[in-house]
Design a binder for this molecule. Sequence first.
Ligand SMILES: Cc1cc2nc3c(=O)[nH]c(=O)nc-3n(C[C@H](O)[C@H](O)[C@H](O)COP(=O)(O)OP(=O)(O)OC[C@H]3O[C@@H](n4cnc5c(N)ncnc54)[C@H](O)[C@@H]3O)c2cc1C
Length: 462
Amino acid sequence: MEANEPRKNVAVIGTGMAGLVVAYMLRNDPRRRFEVEVFEKQDKLSLDSASYNLANQNDGSAKPERLDLPMRTFADGYYESLKRMYDYFGIPYDSLRFIYSLSILPDNATRQTSPYYMHSSNNHQLPPLRPQGLSWTGWLIEVCYLAICYYWFKACCFFVAPKTVESSGTEESLRQYVKRIMLPNYYVKHYFLPVFASVATCSHDALMDFPALDLVGYGRRTFRKKHYTVLGGVQQVEKKLSEDLTYKLGVKVTAVENIGTKVQVSWTDTHDGQSSSQLFDHVVLAVTPDVVGAIFQPLRSAMNAVPTTTVQSVVHRDFSRIQDSSRCLWAQVSLNHGESAPHPLHMCSNAAATETVHEHPSSALITTYPIAPIDSGKVLYTATFTRVLRSCTSRQILNQIFSQQKTGGDKSQLWRNGDGNVWLVGGWCWDGMVLLEGCLSSATRVANALDVEVPWMKESSL
Ligand SMILES: Cc1cc2nc3c(=O)[nH]c(=O)nc-3n(C[C@H](O)[C@H](O)[C@H](O)COP(=O)(O)OP(=O)(O)OC[C@H]3O[C@@H](n4cnc5c(N)ncnc54)[C@H](O)[C@@H]3O)c2cc1C
């Protein structure tokens, strides 16, 4: 920047992980070229806004525990930038021990579920636990069958590449890929779909419409890798990212428009309904695609092709469907290891979807994507999220938007990231599963385009 060149003002819309990270990067530009202001429609910054303080029922004197909603787990292999950022800030994280149980939701959804398989994560329990009611022979056959299917899928992840527009002119969905590699139906229905639908928090059908490349890439990169959660909750990440941040809360952005060389942001105050607008040099949209379509006209029709759904996480104490016997078994596991108790995670499926019920040590359950009814008298808290999904069509559209090159014969007139100094960031703004790493990857893309050094990338290259 020339000595007297004025600083550019930048508006960031949305204060989830993506908005806060891109705002941090631009504010901390070593050449101090950007003045950043962040807009959020909620009355608090949103990264930590849905998290919940859970009082410990077993020990009233203990401090309440911060429950992150969504749980925001991350893994080695897939979350390189996120981990670098956490390390840079000194955010503590650890690999929680989980015990997964898989069960079919009974027809009468108020009856107890009975697991057909239990799996211990982070390899702390081999051989797997035998669910009550399953004979030794039946269990051995099931474990062998499962091992064959599991390693077959993993081998395919490494050696059978999904078809993509780039490689073969057509995009292969997960449904088509699973058929091509002949993954048995029983395994798909009982193991594959429940586990991956829990990661993507969507229906089985919606998951099968994902580009196969997403799941195969995720499966390959997280194979035998550890999964982590932030100790003490993402409130610590939010605090680091928002130090000295200039923000407006309780303002709903209603339009983002190019006016000459500037970008106009218009908003409504959610408390008094008053409307305002301001011109900026750059605007970063860190919101979900349905919101992008609603407030930014050039992407109105393209964003219709990006699927979204609504997901709830419910914190409650309705234990009626959690099997007592399996809970005793888990208690034994923790005794055997003399370590902290593993967290049971029940995945209960019907034909269409899977709900996950996380048994928290503080005597509460967190049900995500609930299918079966929960006794409303035992509900402590409910959070509702917009979940962005993937499809073969949306992958192509997003890849075009984020592609750096405009080809000579490109007559699509599709808006590209950065056109008119408007930028997109978010968990969905990269070519992969809609997870936190997408927030970091897309924020880094904006920083690179504006020639801003990313502090945690600099550290790692030393
Ligand atoms: C149930 C569930 C479980 C998940 N689990 C994991 C997990 O374990 N690991 C993982 O990596 N990822 C997980 N994810 C995905 C991950 O949480 C998201 O990808 C990520 O949080 C998206 O962050 P973001 O900053 O892109 O958007 P968001 O967090 O959606 O932030 C968008 C912000 O924009 C604000 N906003 C919207 N409209 C306006 C407007 N008009 N004006 C002003 N502000 C506006 C919103 O209030 C919000 O604060 C999960 C998601 C869900 C729903």
